[in-house]
Design a protein around this ligand. Structure first.
Ligand SMILES: *Cc1c(COP(=O)(O)O)cnc(C)c1O
Length: 388
């Protein structure tokens, strides 16, 4: 009997080790892992470069307080700002903490300019920003908030793609619009470039902040360092996590200068956030992702994978409703509930994970090999064939 609480419906398999795109189960089977801890292991399992980085740092300092300077964190923050819109960074340990700080920073900004009543955050209905008490109400999902009342005030919602309701929902109290550039949990729904441009324009016009949650789609997952870079816009605040640690828990919020200046000494803190061990791993992940040609290769893998998935869709139009995604954040939307399909993929040794709207979510490591994509395609085809 497990002593772990039942808040997860866990699958039966367990793994003893991993290598790159593969996982080896305790009962001796080899799986192609296209979950990768939900877009976390951006460089695959047991990456030698990351192992070396964590080993080296583990012999020096694991943790000190943020009351002191942390050179490894200074370095990671510098690199994140040099490569992006951001001027400043606050480190956390997870995605939901990062979105919490994003919300705090947006409110604090308006407070700092003498408009404390401008504090409401406008989000997409049924989005995903994590599981803390504020983040679940930001998501506006009935399922996630059930039984966790009282409702946290300060969040408004509009429907994905409904531009009229978005404009209508902005009031004099709105501080920011917060959305995922590409929605992961809720079904791999990518906000098109022209909508992102429109969002930026609306935010400028109404003098509110734009928060783009790139916890899942960021750090190279989209084929650009950030998914919003395709649209060439600049958000004000960007929470990140998942991929930046390559498997080590790291969260962060990136901010432009005007927002960051509101986060004055004492306004926020975290015991673990940005500790030397985490920061060394984060730097090692960036060493790889910033390598020349790395992101171009993500785009190449994505194009190939997408193209192959579209071919399967054409061959099985009664099973697959849609193929969508950006970079290596991919989804196959089925006409029916995806649970059985995911189980059959697993029986064929391909690991995938669900997302909203009957979507089978596919998240290979960013350095996935063509032969591994081919293997996945073969398995997906086989399972479609079995269902037909
Ligand atoms: C996963 C995720 C989060 C929450 O991250 P945790 O590390 O699980 O707290 C927040 N936002 C998005 C878009 C996510 O995909």
């Amino acid at each position: 009997m497990s002593s772990l609480a039942k808040n997860y419906e866990r699958r039966k398999i367990a793994f003893k080790r991993g290598k790159g795109s593969f996982l080896y189960s305790t009962n001796g089977k080899k799986y192609l892992d296209f979950v990768q801890g939900i877009a976390v292991n951006s460089l695959g399992h047991a990456n030698p470069y990351l192992i070396n980085a964590i080993n080296k740092q583990s012999k020096k300092i694991w943790h000190i307080s943020n009351a002191f300077n942390i050179p490894e964190g200074e370095k990671l923050a510098k690199r994140l700002t040099q490569k992006t819109f951001a001027d400043y960074v606050i480190f956390q340990n997870s995605g939901t903490e990062a979105t919490e700080v994003a919300i705090k920073a947006a409110r604090r900004y308006f407070y700092s300019i003498g408009k404390p009543k401008k504090n409401r955050i406008l989000c997409i209905k049924n989005s995903f920003h994590g599981r803390t008490i504020a983040a679940i109400y930001a998501s506006g999902s009935k399922k996630m908030t059930e039984g966790f009342g009282p409702k946290v005030p300060g969040f408004d919602h509009f429907n994905f793609g409904d531009h009229k309701s978005l404009e209508r929902s902005i009031t004099s109290k709105t501080a920011a619009i917060m959305c995922e550039t590409a929605m992961g949990e809720s079904g791999i729904k990518v906000i098109p470039e022209w909508c992102l441009k429109g969002l930026r324009k609306i935010c400028n016009k109404r003098k509110i902040l734009l928060i783009l949650d790139e916890v899942q789609c960021g750090i190279g997952r989209s084929g650009k360092f950030f998914a919003f870079e395709y649209s060439k816009i600049k958000p004000d605040i960007v929470p990140i996590a998942k991929g930046i640690g390559g498997g080590f828990p790291i969260g962060a919020v990136l901010m432009n200068k005007k927002v960051a200046l509101a986060m004055t000494p004492g306004s926020h803190g975290s015991t673990f956030g940005g500790n030397p061990l985490a920061m060394s791993v984060g730097n090692a992940v960036l060493d790889q992702i910033f390598k020349k040609g790395f992101l171009a290769n993500v785009i190449k893998s994505s194009k190939y994978f997408m193209n192959e998935l579209h071919k399967i869709k054409e061959d099985y139009p009664g099973i697959i409703k849609d193929v969508r995604g950006i970079g290596l954040l991919l989804g196959i939307q089925l006409f029916e509930n995806q649970k059985k399909f995911i189980k059959e993929l697993e029986d064929e040794r391909l690991l995938t994970i669900r997302a909203g709207e009957n979507v089978v979510r596919i998240l290979p490591p960013l350095n996935v090999k063509k032969t591994e994509i081919d293997l996945a395609i073969k398995i997906i085809r086989k399972v479609c064939n079995q269902q037909d």
